[in-house]
Design a binder for this molecule. Structure first.
Ligand code: C5J
Length: 223
């Protein structure tokens, strides 16, 4: 398959060796009362990408492609959350504190679940990650290698933090990554725009970007 409209040039991939990765589409970041809002952010910006992301997920599932969901999640005892992370920023609630949706960014809590619209289904990988990047302390690289995955299509939040970090980690591990432009968002629109530019600069130094409609067209074309 080929996404002709990808930037900075066409992106080629095979369905059987490509996974769709949705980064941290969890209630803690997208719904009011979660970690994102405690940091003072307008979460409605992130909510706006849900319809496009849902459509891309549905098309990818229909095509039979592998889906990976990540959640930024810590153990209940916070042994995997160093002070250098917990003490950053000036949130009204810190990681591990009790909030309106349970303990902030703690595995198993209501706020840590993927939003209903994108809920994982059987056979999809759900990866809890304690860091910003999806490969750090998760074993995901091995799981992808076992499945022969070489290409990754990305969506999720936030563009310049966990999405960009995961794409850079993926690039270092030899994956060809493409970010679906309308399936990712930041609390800071300028940061999203800068991140898209950084990813595809210098001949796709980190990877490619494309609108999700271009992926849907590629899938329909070969269906
Ligand atoms: C942040 C994330 N922004 N998923 N996490 O702290 O991008």
């Amino acid at each position: 398959m080929r996404i002709e409209e990808a930037n900075p040039f066409a992106y080629e991939f095979e369905l059987k060796s490509t996974a769709l990765v949705l980064i941290d589409m969890q209630r803690d970041f997208i719904e009011p009362g979660g970690f994102g809002e405690t940091l003072g952010n307008d979460v409605s910006l992130l909510e706006a990408i849900v319809p496009a992301t849902k459509a891309a997920l549905a098309a990818w599932r229909q095509a039979g492609g592998l889906v990976v969901h990540t959640r930024e999640a810590h153990k209940a005892d916070l042994s995997d959350c160093p002070p250098a992370k917990r003490n950053r920023s000036n949130p009204t609630l810190r990681i591990g504190d009790e909030g309106p949706m349970g303990r902030i960014l703690v595995a198993g809590e209501p706020g840590n679940q993927i939003i209903d619209a994108l809920a994982p289904v059987e056979g999809e990988l759900v990866i809890d990650k304690p860091g910003k990047g999806m490969f750090y302390a998760t074993g995901l690289h091995e799981l992808l290698q076992q499945r022969g995955i070489t290409h990754l299509l990305f969506g999720g939040v936030t563009t310049e933090v966990c999405v960009q970090t995961s794409m850079r980690e993926a690039n270092d591990r030899g994956y060809d990554g493409l970010l679906l432009e309308d399936c990712t968002e930041s609390y800071f629109p300028a940061f999203k725009a800068a991140t898209l530019d950084m990813i595809r600069a210098q001949g796709a130094i980190v990877g490619w970007t494309a609108p999700s409609a271009a992926l849907l067209a590629a899938l329909n074309h070969t269906a």
